[in-house]
Design a protein around this ligand. Structure first.
Ligand code: IMP
Length: 192
């Protein structure tokens, strides 16, 4: 079957395509063709994820998959959440990390989770798959790998931050991969 990926991020397309069963053919928005800017105005990660896939279904009536991710920090009431990508007003990773580090009150909990929600719409039916990884926000950056908030996130049960891990080490426990594994299990049993 054919599923259109509701993202223009080449890295995500490659990661999802590589992980999925051969029987599923993944196509890009350009294949529809769709050049629209996808709406992302939801208040939560699941809402944002749904909004993108729903837009494709409503306008093009094709099976589609979207994803949305972010960091939820307990002491900040779940922020930066849906605003993770440009929390400090720009897409600058260092500025975003500096903003959250400065906002966490001294002595407050440093618990946080990374969350990914993938939304699959097939024949108008919505299926969501959530992956999370819990950990602590460190007071200072450690490591240079990865992207986003990786240098300040220490996953539970590990001594390396996400930015000190190799891609393989991070993928073994990442929120994105956990959501992806749930999606794969669903596709194997439901569409093939
Ligand atoms: P997206 O929805 O996957 O584009 O993620 C939105 C934002 O959340 C990114 O721009 C990052 O700031 C943050 N984020 C999501 N996943 C990760 C991750 O694995 N590591 C670090 N930051 C992440």
């Amino acid at each position: 079957m054919k599923i259109y990926l509701a993202t223009r991020n080449a890295h995500k397309i490659a990661e999802i395509t590589a992980a999925l069963p051969d029987q599923v053919q993944f196509l890009s928005l350009d294949d529809i063709p769709c050049t629209d800017e996808l709406p992302e105005t939801g208040d939560t990660i699941p809402a944002n994820s749904l909004q993108k896939a729903q837009y494709i279904w409503d306008n093009y009536r094709v099976a589609c998959l979207s994803d949305d991710s972010g960091l939820e920090i307990e002491a900040l009431g779940g922020k930066p959440g849906v605003h993770s990508a440009h929390y400090a007003g720009t897409r600058d990773f260092d500025k975003n990390m500096a903003a959250v580090l400065q906002e966490i009150p001294e002595g407050a909990s440093r618990r946080a989770i990374f969350k990914t929600v993938m939304t699959l719409i097939i024949a108008g039916e919505v299926h969501q798959f959530e992956g999370t990884v819990a950990g602590e926000i460190l007071p200072a950056k450690r490591g240079t790998q990865g992207f986003g908030y990786d240098p300040i996130f220490l996953p539970d049960g590990h001594e390396k931050t996400f930015a000190e891990m190799t891609t393989t080490e991070k993928n073994a426990i990442s929120h994105r991969n956990r959501a992806l594994q749930k999606l794969i299990a669903f596709l194997r049993t439901n569409t093939i």
